[in-house]
Design a protein around this ligand. Structure first.
Ligand code: GTP
Ligand code: MG
Length: 202
């Protein structure tokens, strides 16, 4: 995919504030600080479009980005950060539920996990949830920060992640660009499938 333009559109929490046009959307979800915003910047080949931070819990709203004036990336706030107030956790749950279960524009959910760690309880819960919606809404697991592991460690951890989540997983690194082509391929497939199914008579 050649990225010709990538623009920040808006941040929003409530459904009434989400974009209303029919551009297809790819959602990026995962634990706090796992590297969601870095993955977005790395896919787009831009630094700093999606704000990244060493401090977990920085992204608190949905952030919408328009790519090639043709589709959108949606950067989710991370979950599982202990210091986030309970009220914020409830808002996350409601927002994710409204988005993942009902958002007509959603064509692919990308679940990001850390290559170095075993998936957490919440990772597993999110995964189950995405899997249960899979008939209409495909999802994909991306194991990022793979540059922080040796080849051997990566292979072991990667197998464990695939086994635990029983899901197609792509090893990624925002630092080296590893996995970039593979993730783009899946995004393009999802966009192509959605444009086919929205053709009249399809
Ligand atoms: P929240 O929005 O707070 O939930 O975080 P996030 O999931 O968007 O994570 P973010 O992209 O802000 O990255 C968190 C930290 O991990 C930053 O310091 C990044 O530089 C670092 N990081 C992200 N991806 C990678 C990677 O592939 N390799 C390495 N070495 N560091 C990474
Ligand atoms: Mg972020």
């Amino acid at each position: 995919m050649k990225v010709t333009s990538a623009e920040f559109l808006k941040s929003a929490i409530e459904e009434r504030d989400w974009p209303r046009d029919s551009l297809p959307e790819i959602a990026f979800l995962g634990r706090s600080n796992v590297g969601k915003s870095s993955l977005i910047n790395s896919l787009l080949g831009v630094k700093g479009l999606a704000r990244t931070s060493r401090t977990p819990g920085r992204t608190q709203m949905l952030n919408f980005f328009v790519i090639n004036r043709n589709f959108r990336f949606v950067d989710f706030p991370g979950y599982g950060f202990a210091r986030v107030p309970r009220e914020m956790k409830q808002i996350w749950g409601r927002m994710a539920n409204d988005f993942l279960a009902n958002r007509a524009q959603l064509v692919l959910s990308i679940h990001i996990v850390d290559s170095r760690h075993e998936p957490s309880t919440q990772d597993n819960e999110l995964h189950q949830w995405l899997a249960s919606l899979n008939a209409t809404r495909p999802h994909l697991t991306v194991a990022t920060k793979s540059d922080k592991l040796s080849q051997n460690e990566l292979r072991k951890n990667f197998e464990r992640i695939e086994r635990t989540l029983s899901s197609e997983t792509i090893a990624y690194s925002a630092a080296t660009g590893r996995g970039r082509e593979q993730v783009w391929r899946r995004i393009v497939e999802a966009l192509t499938a959605s444009s086919r199914s929205s053709l009249p008579g399809a």
